[in-house]
Write a protein that binds this ligand. Structure first.
Ligand SMILES: [Zn+2]
Length: 704
């Protein structure tokens, strides 16, 4: 189509604007009194291409045209649409598109550096107070608050903390944390105040800085503020779009989006909820409401998601300008929330407290931060459009900050209808539980959860009776009846009981044969489904038992040993229980056969000066330390009546020959040969013999 032509026109126009800005930026930087730091210096090459214009279109059916243009992604300024005209802020490309479509835009104002505008405002007979702080000055104020109030105020680098990419121009995102014991992660509800998703809305950082000042300077003297700071973790981020904010100061005061090439992304259209739906921002990269190439594509959005998932914000206020109204709920053209009427009436109260007389509306689109917070964390979240202009005089912005501040306090004071903790009933460990409201349908898949650090949860519920179910994997779920009234601050702490599935039957492994009296090693192992430590009960099959030895880590192979004192076949078995006393089944039997030596006395043979005898080992195991004796009874034995000895070892199936000591004597005698080994096997043999002084003749018969 004409897309290519459009691009060419954009490029040519961009070049012309480039030349214009190179000259104006130069003249501004020479005449400026602001300290220009590296952070404030904009040297990017695409800054030239696109500026913005504030235009008016005079046309008879202006309201219809406004709706159509809004639908097409144009940034129609709310409150400017009459029956005959409407005002918009358009990019250079959009201006060309409008002209091509036959509109006759009247340019009211061209985007230019806010520094230049402020310098002009600073002149004249009654100059306004010094102008809006630039990004460096905002960070300096945040740091000064930390330095002055270190016990309650801390600047946190969110980009580093959550390991997210910095912005396209390499900046980190920061927030101030204000709480008692600010260095600790305390078990407290959390409140997020964020400003300036849209770069040109310079009123909103002023509001955030005012909040920081109030909370720090009044802590300890104003009892309301002291209590809130003590009881909440308050997070305030004055500028969520630092690249755009710097661009507003140095190049184009009407800049709205971040600085993703080529033309930026509308950060308040980039959040996941509704991003794919019919109420999302524009898909045209040159639109002022371009939603980005994908959901949460922007580092700023990714940082907010990581930050919010970590802090699980109880309450969120997102300041924008302009319009002096509170935005609530989802875009009703695309999504509804079961508590819409509650959210709406709460928004009226917040609007009144913020000095806006109850003025409220639904959001302009989806993909917005507060909608996502409501959807994903059940946060009490709203967007507040402040003031009637993006960049009123600085003194007017300060007055607006003071005007809306009671609204922030009101939000902090708003009781949490139901909150508490979900923890393990035995260990007290915090649990990330899923919380379901029985009978309430959430058509957009909202899930309520407790957070992981403390198990803390919050539920903002309209008045009514509820059945609330708490569940977590491996735990028995619980349902509770709760009655909520308009000012309920119910606390319901839930102790979930773990499903105590026992460990598996253990596996036993080791030798299947062994000798009596020897120690043998076995391994035993089981796993516990909950990975709890385990204890083992082991029966060796000989009447001895190891009773609940442990604890051992689930899945570890444990070495155990045992010695059997008698031969036989033994069935070893074991079972395990976990640290929560759930006892599992018996293992299958593991059999070991224990062999013992068996001594058999062999023949005694005679000869010169001594007799010999044989010890046989006919058992299944080596015989050790075999005590034996050879004694002669009867006759006149002068020497060698008794000989004793110990044979250290006779192998299984082997034999040993032992000899008496020197025998001298006469006559008929009886030789008794005994043997015994420590495990109880013994034998005896008797044979008759005649001694002829130095010769012993043994009767080969006889014996036992
Ligand atoms: Zn905005």
């Amino acid at each position: 189509m004409k897309k290519n032509m459009e691009k060419k026109i954009k490029f040519v126009l961009g070049l012309a604007i480039c030349i214009l800005f190179v000259t104006t930026a130069f003249s501004v930087s020479t005449g400026e009194s602001y300290g220009t730091t590296n952070d404030e210096t904009e040297s990017d090459t695409n800054a030239f291409s696109y500026t913005s214009s504030h235009i008016r279109i005079d046309i008879p059916n202006a309201q219809t045209v406004a709706s159509k243009l809004k639908f097409d992604g144009f940034d129609v300024l709310r409150g400017t649409v009459t029956t005959t005209s409407l005002e918009l802020i358009v990019t250079s490309g959009e201006l060309i598109q409008l002209e091509e479509q036959g509109y006759k835009p009247v340019t009211l104002e061209k985007g230019r550096p806010l520094r230049e505008i402020q310098a002009e405002r600073g002149k004249g007979p009654l100059p306004p107070p010094p102008g809006y702080p630039d990004l460096t000055q905002i960070y300096a104020e945040m740091n000064a608050a930390e330095t002055t109030y270190p016990s309650i105020c801390k600047v946190v680098d969110l980009t580093t903390t959550y390991g997210v990419s910095p912005t396209f121009e390499g900046r980190n995102l920061y927030a101030v944390k204000i709480s008692d014991n600010v260095d600790q992660d305390e078990d407290e509800p959390t409140f997020l105040m964020v400003s300036c998703h849209h770069a040109r809305e310079t009123v909103t950082p002023v509001i955030a800085l005012y909040a920081i000042e109030q909370l720090t300077t009044e802590y300890g003297s104003d009892p309301q503020i002291t209590t809130l700071v003590d009881e909440y973790e308050i997070w305030i981020s004055p500028v969520w779009n630092p690249d755009g904010y710097v661009h507003v100061f140095n190049v184009n005061n009407m800049w709205r989006k971040n600085k993703r090439p080529p033309d930026g992304v509308d950060l308040n259209r980039n959040y996941p909820f509704g991003w794919n739906g019919g109420c999302s921002g524009s898909t045209d990269p040159y639109s002022e409401t371009y939603k980005g190439p994908s959901s949460a594509s922007e580092p700023e959005t990714q940082t907010m998601i990581a930050f919010s998932n970590d802090r699980h914000f109880t309450k969120v206020v997102d300041y924008h300008s302009s319009g002096r109204e509170v935005l609530w709920g989802y875009d009703s053209y695309c999504h509804s929330h079961p508590f819409d009427s509650f959210l709406q009436s709460e928004a009226v109260q917040l609007s009144i407290a913020s000095g806006y007389g109850g003025s409220i509306r639904g959001p302009s689109a989806e993909g917005e931060n507060y909608e996502w917070q409501l959807w994903t964390n059940g946060s009490y979240g709203n967007l507040i459009e402040t003031h009637t202009q993006f960049q009123p005089s600085y003194s007017s912005a300060q007055a607006e900050a003071a005007l809306v501040w009671p609204g922030a306090l009101w939000m902090l004071e708003r009781s949490i209808p139901l909150s508490g903790h979900v923890t393990d009933s035995i260990t007290g460990q915090p649990l990330e539980a899923t919380i379901n409201l029985i009978g309430v349908t959430f058509p957009n898949g909202e899930v309520f959860k407790s957070e992981s650090s403390f198990g803390r949860y919050h539920l903002f519920l309209p008045a009514g009776d509820y059945t609330i179910n708490f569940s977590a994997p491996d735990y028995t779920n619980q349902s509770h009846q709760v009655t909520i009234t308009p000012d309920s601050a119910e606390i319901l702490d839930i102790l979930l009981v773990r499903d105590n599935n026992p460990p598996d039957a253990p596996d036993i492994d080791g030798p299947t044969k062994g000798d009596v009296g020897k120690e043998y090693e076995f391994t035993i192992m089981t796993t516990d489904p909950l990975n709890e430590d385990v204890y083992y009960w082991i029966e060796w099959g000989d009447g001895t038992i190891e009773e609940w030895i442990g604890p051992y880590a689930s899945g570890d192979n444990i070495t155990i040993s045992h010695t059997w004192t008698e031969k036989g076949t033994y069935s070893i078995r074991g079972k395990a229980k976990n640290a929560l006393n759930a006892e599992g089944a018996w293992s299958g039997p593991f059999n070991i056969t224990i062999f013992a030596p068996e001594l058999d006395a062999g023949f005694i043979t005679g000869g010169l000066l001594k007799v010999n005898a044989v010890i046989k080992n006919i058992g299944g195991a080596e015989a050790t330390d075999v005590d034996w004796s050879i004694t002669l009874e009867g006759g006149i034995i002068l020497l060698g009546r008794e000989t004793t000895g110990t044979t250290p070892s006779i192998p299984d199936g082997g034999e040993a020959i032992v000899s008496s000591s020197l025998i001298l004597g006469f006559g008929i005698t009886k030789i008794t040969f005994t043997m015994e080994e420590p495990h109880g096997s013994s034998d005896i043999r008797e044979q008759g013999a005649k001694v002829f002084l130095i010769f012993i003749k043994v009767d080969p018969s006889g014996g036992i």
